[in-house]
Design a protein around this ligand. Structure first.
Ligand SMILES: Nc1ncnc2c1ncn2[C@@H]1O[C@H](COP(=O)(O)OP(=O)(O)OP(=O)(O)O)[C@@H](O)[C@H]1O
Ligand SMILES: [Mg+2]
Length: 512
């Protein structure tokens, strides 16, 4: 313990250089979409119910503008808000406050442009405005926060005049939004608006919990203020779809606060219309969205991946488990334990929770894999379990191999028909089983973006139709099964189970 009389330590005074520090803060690694999401976090923390986002095209002088109807800031609060690392990360915060580091407003906006202007208003007071102009800071190399806003954007903050409260954040000098300075030509104009669409998809995902429901907590509009400009939520779990299979919600307690986990197995492609399927895929594609969706205070942080869970360096996103998505809800109080980063785009499970999370993920992965590789027309899980399959997986210490089921009616019929030559056919089946090109099939499945076996009800392949008819004839004439008994058996038999309509339209074949 330092004694009371101990001399103060000698020191040199070493504050950061203003120009270099602000320039470095630009490079934290935001994308335009994650930067704008970070700014909307602030609107939510200020209890805004409306956020208006505008991409205003003006060539090199284009701007991004985020306007909210939140609580706003008075002059002192605004100056404090503009201070980098204004609030200590350990300072207590309201549970609904999505902030942590006191940096987002500055780092997110300056990651896209060289000027950040903020105008804000609290009830009964006039609009206050301040801006960080990197050009100016570079010139004076001092922490000079400018009062007011530059003339060229003065008109862009007047929309606050009609409101009782709220905040406008403007980013201009957009030298990084398109990865380069913006030129005043048609190509850049198109890219600027395409970027608006990309951002829109990201926000639809990131804030979907705020945007959905009968009376959403938040409305975000983009490039307009009417119904048609409203950003619609994207639900990663297709939770309204009847064929989506959710697990029960599980609650886990941890020192960082109680968390909630729920797994979802999305429907097989054949159980969705193509519009539903395209929608369910999500902004980054099936493979990238496989795994955990981590939310912090209902706001999405992580949109897929297995959080390092699984053996070795963790399960990769291999696409086979693409129908598995898990919702993981964290409170904002768990940031330290979960290693939440400044951009609010990553989180790591604390060691104490890994085992349970992994077990949960394993069971969802198993079900998702099963659905992914199922053949069309498989029906419910119970129906699939009753299916008589041609290929049977055999698990051994050397891994899994596949055997042809000799009891499958098509196989057993052929085996008994060859009589004394049975061993020849057995030999052939053995060779086929020993050379199943598993790697090849696996690659093809993953790369083709869908299951390898996808017969559709509309078209039963000719070969299958021939063997269906032949087997049905055999069942009627030799096994003497009644037509509906024979058809019921075929309905449970691979590959015919996938074609119920073809089974129903089998011709009348008189029994012997
Ligand atoms: N739109 C807004 N409306 C009202 N206050 C705001 C708004 N944006 C920022 N603020 C104020 O500015 C402060 C600083 O915001 P900033 O995003 O830099 O840090 P933070 O939200 O506290 O933490 P984080 O770095 O984790 O985002 C906020 O704590 C809030 O008080
Ligand atoms: Mg913030």
């Amino acid at each position: 313990m330092a004694g009371e009389n101990e001399a103060a330590p000698a020191f040199d005074y070493a504050p950061p250089g203003a120009s270099a520090m602000l320039a470095s803060l630009r490079g934290i690694g935001y994308s335009p979409a994650t930067a704008i999401a970070d700014l909307i976090d602030n609107s939510i923390a200020a209890e805004a119910s409306r956020v208006r986002l505008d991409f205003l095209w003006r060539g090199a002088a284009s701007i991004l503008r985020i306007t909210d109807n939140g609580s706003g800031m008075d002059r002192d609060t605004l100056v404090e808000a503009m201070r980098p690392a204004g609030r200590h990360p350990n300072a207590p915060r309201a549970p609904k406050d999505l902030g942590r580091f006191g940096l987002g407003l500055k780092t997110a906006s300056l990651s896209q442009g060289k000027l950040l202007a903020v105008a804000s208003k609290v009830p009964g007071q006039r609009v206050e405005a301040r801006c960080w102009d990197l050009g100016h800071v570079e010139k004076v190399n001092a922490w000079q926060l400018l009062q007011g806003v530059p003339q060229e954007i003065a008109d862009d903050i007047t929309l606050l005049d009609e409101e009782t409260q709220g905040t406008v954040v403007i980013v201009s000098g957009l030298d990084r939004l398109l990865g380069k300075e913006i030129s005043d030509n048609a190509t850049d104009r198109n890219r600027f608006y395409a970027m608006a669409r990309t951002v829109e998809r990201h926000l639809a995902m990131t804030f979907h919990r705020y945007l959905e429901g009968a009376s959403p907590k938040l409305m975000i509009t983009i490039n307009g203020y009417d119904e048609t400009s409203k950003i619609l939520p994207w639900d990663p779990f297709a939770s309204k779809h009847l064929a989506t299979a959710p697990t029960p919600i599980e609650y886990l307690n941890h020192s960082g606060g109680a968390i909630e986990v729920q797994g979802f197995v999305l429907p097989h492609r054949d159980r969705m219309t193509s519009a539903e399927f395209d929608l369910a895929e999500g902004p980054s594609g099936w493979q990238a969205h496989e795994g955990f969706f981590v939310y912090r205070g209902q706001r999405l942080l992580v949109s897929g991946g297995w959080l390092g869970l699984g053996p070795g360096r963790g399960w990769p996103q291999n696409g086979v488990h693409r129908l598995a998505r898990l919702r993981l809800d964290l409170p904002t109080s768990g940031d330290h334990e979960w290693k939440v980063d400044i951009r609010k785009s990553s989180a790591t499970p604390p060691p104490a929770l890994r085992g349970r999370l992994q077990a949960l993920a394993e069971s969802v992965r198993r079900d998702a894999r099963e659905i992914f590789v199922q053949r069309a027309g498989g029906g419910s899980k119970q129906q699939r379990d009753q299916l008589v399959r041609v290929w049977q997986p055999v698990h051994s210490s050397r891994g899994v191999s596949y055997k042809i089921d000799r009891a499958h009616p098509v196989v057993s019929r052929a085996l008994s028909a060859v009589g004394g030559e049975r061993s020849l056919v057995e030999e052939m089946l053995g060779v086929v089983e020993a050379t199943v090109p598993l790697q090849r099939i696996w690659l093809d499945v993953v790369e083709s973006n869908e299951t390898a076996t996808q017969p559709s009800e509309a078209a039963i392949p000719d070969d299958d139709e021939t063997s269906l008819l032949s087997l049905y004839r055999h069942m009627r004439t030799e096994l003497q099964l009644a037509p509906d008994v024979a058809k019921a058996r075929l309905m449970k038999l691979e590959p015919f189970a996938a074609y119920p309509a073809a089974i129903l339209r089998l011709p009348d074949i008189p029994g012997e």
